[in-house]
Design a binder for this molecule. Structure first.
Ligand code: AMP
Length: 217
């Protein structure tokens, strides 16, 4: 299956993407994770992306689209993939259509995770990520680790993402409404959108998502 996951920052895209990709046996491709990996490795691409991410802005398309295209061309993505955080504006959506056309493939679904804005702010303020694995995600209140600051899954150090600060979150939400939300209408016109509520327990949301995709969890 070829799936695009959309939703505001804090909707739980990263968490859900990890479970869905595993259930569907497809790679989870997150442009945010790819940028963060480039930043921690100090690559030129990471250096370019960092200032935009710090400001809560989108990294320019000429950087992002090439990176996403290269990742989708890797062998593990030949049979399908779950895109998390790409496309994030209309020109990226059009570029993705072009990439799919070139490979003679198409999207199966666009899964839209819906969550009220006040919930988004609460989720992001308390979010803590593991330095070893970006899919190990905790929340100081909703899903706290057993020991403060330590990942339950692997013992890695937990940290707060630099762009999860209140000001940057506000900017990211603004960017989501003005640049990313329009892609939902773009995909509605292609009858690809399935919308689910992202409220509730993580496993409940995963089950809802699998059902919406026509698969049982
Ligand atoms: P995420 O991990 O998906 O929340 O992304 C974190 C940040 O990475 C975003 O706020 C952007 O600065 C950047 N980013 C991730 N994906 C994209 C994309 N498709 N286009 C532009 N910037 C992106």
């Amino acid at each position: 299956m070829r799936i695009v996951l959309v939703g505001p920052p804090g909707a739980g895209k990263g968490t859900q993407a990890a479970y869905l990709a595993k259930n569907l046996s497809i790679p989870h491709i997150s442009t945010g994770d790819l940028f963060r990996a480039n930043i921690s490795q100090g690559t030129p691409l990471g250096q370019k992306a960092q200032e935009y991410m710090r400001a809560g802005q989108l990294v320019p398309d000429e950087v992002t689209i090439g990176m996403a295209r290269d990742r989708m061309a890797e062998p593990d993505a030949a049979g399908g993939f779950l895109l998390d955080g790409f496309p994030r504006n209309l020109s990226q959506a059009e570029a993705l259509d072009g990439i799919l056309r070139e490979t003679g493939t198409e999207l199966d679904a666009v899964l839209d995770l819906e969550v009220p804005e006040d919930e988004v702010v609460k989720r992001i303020a308390g979010r803590r990520m593991c330095r070893n694995d970006s899919t190990h995600i905790f929340h100081v209140e909703y899903s706290p680790p057993k020991a403060e600051g330590v990942c339950d899954a692997c013992g890695g150090e937990l940290y707060q993402r630099e762009d999860d600060s209140e000001d940057t979150v506000r900017k990211r939400l603004e960017v989501y409404h003005s640049e990313t939300e329009p892609i939902i209408d773009y995909y509605k016109a292609q009858e690809l959108v399935v919308t689910i509520s992202a409220l509730g327990r993580v496993d409940e949301v995963t089950r809802r998502a699998m059902e919406a995709l026509g698969r049982s969890a």
